[in-house]
Design a protein around this ligand. Structure first.
Ligand SMILES: [Zn+2]
Length: 497
């Protein structure tokens, strides 16, 4: 925990030294998916961003309680206060019980997260599992004079909140008058005293499937309320970090701040972090433009915009190569380049983990190697400390990779490097690649086991001097984009550069 981590805080609009409330413990909350549909790649980017944060903070010694919810009720079509529940709507369309929809897409979500090597959170609460907490919160906000009932629905009162010293708009930097001017009166909004007021409880119309009894009649909680209830239940009335996609900054997170303050008198979150969008060939990814694809389409290459299939680790590498606060543009060129880059790192992993590092007795290592490796290692930490600069971390790993390859090719001698420097090199390379960046070898996808078997055959044929068969195996490798490195003392394979 000696690492001086700095994080960009959306609330203050600057990078700040990260100081946990109660070190070594850290409370991290991230808005999870609304499980009414397959998870798309933009969502994956968000969860991957916070996965690298979770991984890094854990790596440097913090004990992180990571809460990421599942929204299984209350998120209405168009993110608004009116209209159909996204899950209820799918349930009707598919003639299924809403919880069947929830289960199906929760399973899909978990599967996709695992494929991308995104770690599960410590707690994964659901909105329907916290109905009691949400109803209690609504009662409390009414008692505090910060919410009012209207036709069986309950709204958070923005004017009352601001009169009490609240500052609605402070996270997104929006000004109340501007917001009022932007807001059009919609049908049903006459229930509200002020168009900016937001629903914390909604009255369920007779045809609304998802409903629970409450002091205000049958209804369901407002979308913003669940995150307030679940984050503070598991992390306390004030916790360290709240993350989510950029699109959640307003109104979702703004409303969470208002609710949290209203319930406990405290700002609920110290550091707000938002990850940026994914674009495709420069355009925003969206279903209506036909340029949004599902992870499964990516793995099979079955989308008109994809020239080939891309593996999960290639995509992970691609996403980590840009900073989480910049937009990331998805193109075939960029993906192909990422594929090469990822393969080089994976090859380094394979080599360094299996390297037999034998040193001749009596040799003295050259000090310069240790110094250089220490410097690169520090560079990895510095980059991650600088608001999770994964791109610079990767650049540092490539510098380590050079040394690994030199050792492998005998251009650099183990005796010159020395045991201490080699251990540091291996720990840094494996630690940052696997533990921090979450990149692992995709052994099965490339049939590496088969390749290793072929290599054994190759050796055998060479000993037997069956050169036509030797050539056949070489050709087989070449077709896979691999080369056989036939050195005097050993035979190995590598990805073609
Ligand atoms: Zn949320």
């Amino acid at each position: 925990m000696s690492q001086p981590v700095k994080l960009y805080n959306t609330l203050t609009r600057q990078k700040e030294p990260f100081e946990p409330i109660n070190p070594p413990y850290i409370g991290l909350y991230v808005c999870g998916p609304t499980v009414y549909n397959y998870v798309h790649l933009g969502n994956v980017r968000t969860f991957l961003t916070f996965d690298s944060l979770f991984r890094y903070l854990t790596y440097v010694g913090y004990k992180v309680r990571y809460v990421r919810n599942i929204t299984d009720v209350g998120h209405l079509v168009g993110d608004s206060d009116e209209g159909e529940d996204k899950i209820g709507r799918m349930a009707k369309l598919e003639k299924l019980e809403p919880m069947e929809i929830v289960q199906r897409y929760t399973n899909d979500f978990h599967q996709i997260m695992e494929i991308f090597n995104i770690l599960p959170p410590s707690v994964e609460p659901t909105a329907t599992g916290h109905m009691v907490e949400q109803i209690e919160a609504v009662k409390k906000l009414i008692n505090q004079g910060l919410a009012y009932e209207s036709n069986g629905s309950v709204y958070f009162d923005i004017s009352a909140y601001n009169k009490e010293g609240g500052n609605y708009g402070k996270l997104s930097g929006r000004i109340l008058e501007d917001l009022l001017n932007e807001t059009r009166e919609l049908d049903g909004q006459s229930e509200k005293r002020n168009p900016l007021d937001f629903a914390i409880w909604k009255n369920a119309s007779p045809e609304h499937i998802m409903r629970w009894p409450s002091p205000w009649g049958d209804g369901f909680p407002g979308w913003h309320l669940e995150c307030t209830c679940m984050s503070t239940k598991y992390l306390g009335s004030q916790f360290d970090i709240h993350g989510g996609g950029m699109d959640l900054k307003f109104p979702h997170h703004e409303c969470e701040i208002a609710q949290g303050n209203g319930l406990t008198g405290k700002d609920p979150v110290r550091y707000w972090m938002h990850s940026n969008m994914l674009t495709v060939n420069g355009q925003k990814m969206s279903k209506s433009l036909g340029n949004s694809f599902l992870p499964s389409e990516l793995f099979t290459g079955s989308h008109p915009l994809l020239e080939q299939a891309y593996s999960p680790m290639t995509v992970r590498f691609f996403m980590l190569q840009s900073h989480y606060r910049s937009t990331l543009d998805f193109s075939n060129e960029a993906l192909k380049a990422a594929h090469k880059g990822y393969k080089r790192l994976a090859n380094g992993l394979r080599i360094v983990k299996s390297m037999e590092f034998t040193i001749e007795e009596g040799s003295t290592p050259e000090e310069a190697h240790l110094t250089e490796i220490q410097k690169i290692r520090q560079g990895c930490f510095d980059a991650m400390n600088d608001d999770l600069n994964t791109a610079v971390t990767i650049a540092n790993l490539f510098n380590l990779l050079k040394k690994i390859n030199q050792l492998y090719m005998n251009q650099l001698l183990p005796s010159a490097v020395g045991r201490e420097a080699f251990n540091l090199l291996r720990d840094t390379f494996v630690g940052f690649t696997e533990d921090v960046l979450g990149l692992k070898e995709e052994r099965n996808e490339n049939g590496d086991a088969l390749i290793d078997g072929m290599l054994d055959l190759y050796k055998e044929y060479k000993v037997q001097k069956q050169y036509d068969k030797v050539d056949q195996i070489r050709a087989y490798f070449k077709a896979q984009g691999l080369v056989i490195k036939d050195m005097k003392h050993r035979i190995d394979w590598a990805y073609e550069e």
